[in-house]
Design a protein around this ligand. Structure first.
Ligand code: DGJ
Length: 712
């Protein structure tokens, strides 16, 4: 279908570029412009005509490259359409350049445009916020223009996210139906528009949000828009998700995409800023004793003149606080080695606090508006660095480089970003020569874009030197879960909310576009600090085990039962890890009822949620089932599986079995209560058409029951 679509688009482009790139000055009344520019002489029209078309046949993809030129001005756009071979995914983007006498202003510069025809199209988009990411809204597409945008400046997956699905024939279904999925590969401000401007259908446009971002493009420079990736499936939302996951893993859109990730303990919710060598060593002992593989020291380890005892000081002063860690990082990396685990560390490189030696030394290296009072973020003191400035880019690179050179045993970095761009001015962009730009400060409107180009340039340098260090992308939780940054990161922090019940929902929405080996899912404490909810340790483990497993609590506060359950969970997870982290995801029973939100994204809770992963060869699978609420005498629910080979017989093995007293380690055979399904065999056809009656609440007699079954 996509091939046909592209073929038709390419045929259309022979004389006219409108089908691939509607431009202002060349569109009919049913299109909106995807590209609108103001030429050096003030003219705003653009009539692009193809000059030359080439085809690239790469082992991994084919790419059509169409060079176009305006009929009047020396203004050029090269249109790229790349189709991946191993996965149903197309990427489009435009390279924009000119040789006009003065800079041209790009007033709208989308990455791609798609016509959409469907009898009853529905839109799915994700909305989220701190501690409540990935909430789907599913709504019918109606007349008018639907705009989804994000203006945070630095992060773009809190509030509205740059990915959508469009189902053509009514409410999107999980495993059947025609669905288009699209993601703008960009981490800054964006706008996705779906416009109904004629009788026949809809038009989808995606790109950088031009609001406050008219891009000033110098003669002979090339501006490449971010890529727009889109896929098509007849297998519903699940088919779209699997295409995105495969593309991320195999087409370079997730760093080391085909590798599995370690089980870790992160110090944040266990000790917050109260870091001491003693506490860190004790946490390392604990994670090692459970069978974990990595310890990550979060915020609070650095600071000189200003101490990092809260979020109001010391960002930018990346020296070890020897009052907390008298023997430095070496003592910690040595200790990790002695415990046969790896060591990771937290940084927030793009930020500083007014209370920092960095800010005292470089007040002009932060984003700020000339002659206006600074707006301060987290802690009442946080500021964002001016990543458009090459000197600041060097500073960020050197911070990482120095940390890793001095401590070669650091194998993991958590890269955080906890501030929006509130001060919309760049001393660096303002300083660029007015004689070149005609008027001082003309390039300030490039800030929102150049910030991200500067960030990506820095990340590219870091990756060139450190390809094997695992780097987590974190932004107050999942604020930067997007395909603009994912190529430089191995995983992302899904949410600061580790309440297992809410995680079922957050992870569900996030999985629409992102693969499980990228999704950091941690076992939190109970009662959970944010929600006060008490959940059984097995439920917390089972929820975290459906992605990249970790812990986010103080092990010193764990009960014997919790310790025993985590030890079992880690051991089982290691065996299931390739399947969970690299398998094909089938979401079976949604915790949401769709359409949901009635345009507002509210949670419409279901009683059960279930998902599974299946190996490529369909000989191995793992099923997760979660009870979300329990009532007396409720019947358990049949869950129909998906993605299996109908002719194959599968035997069920229950995993992460609930431990029972006594909890002394090691836990041998017969360690807990196994359901009656354990050891039973069924054909794939039976499992997919009749389904399984998963024993949830009835046998446990507890809230939040859950089960994991391996199928072989
Ligand atoms: C926000 C992150 O999301 C948390 O996990 C933690 O790293 C804090 N920042 C530390 O300040």
């Amino acid at each position: 279908m996509l091939l046909a679509l592209c073929a038709c688009l390419l045929a259309g482009v022979q004389s006219h570029a409108i089908d691939l790139l509607p431009t202002f000055g060349d569109i009919d009344h049913i299109h909106l412009p995807a590209l609108l520019v103001q030429h050096a002489d003030g003219d705003q029209s653009l009539q692009l005509r193809p000059q030359d078309t080439t085809y690239i046949n790469n082992p991994q993809y084919t790419e059509t490259v169409i060079k176009t030129k305006d009929l009047v001005q020396p203004f050029y756009v090269t249109i790229h359409v790349r189709q991946w071979k191993a996965v149903e995914m197309t990427e489009t983007w435009y390279d924009i350049s000119h040789t006009e006498k003065r800079p041209v202003r790009l007033q709208r510069y989308d990455s791609g445009y798609l016509p959409i025809e469907g009898d009853n199209p529905y839109l799915l988009h994700l909305h989220g916020n701190w501690a409540a990411e990935g909430v789907p809204t599913v709504e019918p597409l109606t007349r008018g223009v639907k705009s989804i945008r994000n203006s945070d400046g630095a992060r773009n997956a809190h509030l509205d996210a740059p990915e959508v699905m469009i189902a053509l024939d009514g409410v999107p279904q999980e495993n059947y139906g025609r669905v288009l999925g699209a993601a703008l590969c960009w981490s800054g401000n964006f706008e996705l528009r779906v416009a109904a401007t004629d009788e026949k259908g809809f038009h989808f446009y995606a790109g950088i949000d031009p609001m406050a971002s008219e891009y000033v493009l110098e003669p002979k420079k090339v501006f490449s828009t971010p890529h727009l990736a889109y896929t098509w499936s007849n297998e519903g939302m699940g088919g779209v998700s699997r295409a995105f996951h495969r593309w991320a893993r195999t087409c370079g859109m997730l760093h080391n995409g085909n590798a599995t990730r370690d089980i870790l303990l992160n110090s944040w919710e266990g000790i917050y800023f109260d870091i001491t060598e003693e506490r860190i060593l004790a946490m390392m002992n604990d994670i090692a004793s459970f069978g974990g593989e990595l310890f990550v020291m979060d915020d609070g380890w650095f600071g000189g003149k200003y101490q990092r005892n809260s979020d109001n000081a010391a960002l930018g002063d990346w020296v070890v606080d020897t009052r907390k860690l008298p023997n430095g990082l070496k003592a910690l990396t040595d200790a990790a080695k002695a415990r046969h685990i790896k060591f990771g560390i937290w940084i927030e490189p793009e930020a500083t606090n007014t209370l920092s030696e960095f800010y005292e030394k470089h007040p002009d290296w932060v984003l700020q508006e000339r002659n206006r009072e600074l707006k301060l973020g987290r802690g009442g003191t946080q500021l964002v660095l001016d990543m458009t400035n090459p000197k600041v880019q060097d500073f960020v690179f050197n911070l990482v480089d120095t940390l890793l050179t001095n401590n070669p045993e650091i194998s993991y970095i958590k890269w955080d970003a906890n501030a929006s761009i509130q001060n919309c001015g760049s001393p660096y962009l303002a300083s660029l020569s007015p004689s070149l730009w005609g008027r001082a400060g003309e390039r300030l409107s490039n800030l929102y874009v150049d910030y991200h180009l500067g960030l990506v340039k820095t990340l590219e340098r870091i990756r060139a030197k450190y390809p094997n260090v695992v780097i987590q992308n974190c932004a107050s939780g999942g604020g930067r879960a997007n395909y603009g940054l994912m190529p430089y990161f191995d995983e992302f922090w899904v949410s600061d909310n580790n309440d297992a019940l809410q995680r079922v929902y957050i992870q569900w929405g996030t999985s629409y576009f992102f693969p499980s080996n990228a999704m950091a899912q941690h076992i939190g404490g109970s009662p959970y600090l944010m929600t006060g909810r008490t959940t059984p340790i097995k439920f917390r483990c089972d929820v975290a085990m459906s992605g990249r497993l970790g812990m986010e609590l103080q092990p010193a506060h764990m009960t014997d039962e919790e310790r025993a359950q985590c030890t079992v969970a880690f051991a089982d997870y290691k065996e299931l890890r390739p399947l969970i982290q690299l398998g094909n995801l089938y979401r079976l029973v949604s915790p949401y009822s769709l359409p949901c939100g009635e345009g507002r994204g509210e949670v419409a809770a279901q009683r059960v949620a279930s998902l599974m992963y299946v190996s490529d060869t369909k000989d191995h699978a793992v099923l997760f089932a979660y009870g979300l609420s329990s009532f007396m005498k409720q019947s358990s629910r049949r869950i129909r599986l998906a993605g299996l080979d109908p002719d194959r017989t599968y035997t069920l093995h229950e995993r992460n079995v609930r431990v029972q007293p006594p909890y002394s380690l090691p836990l041998g055979e017969g360690r807990g209560e196994v359901s009656a399904l354990d050891g039973k065999s069924f054909t794939g056809a039976y499992l997919m058409s009749v389904g399984l009656d998963i024993p949830l609440s009835t046998e446990y007699n507890i809230d939040y029951p859950s089960r994991i079954f391996e199928l072989k």
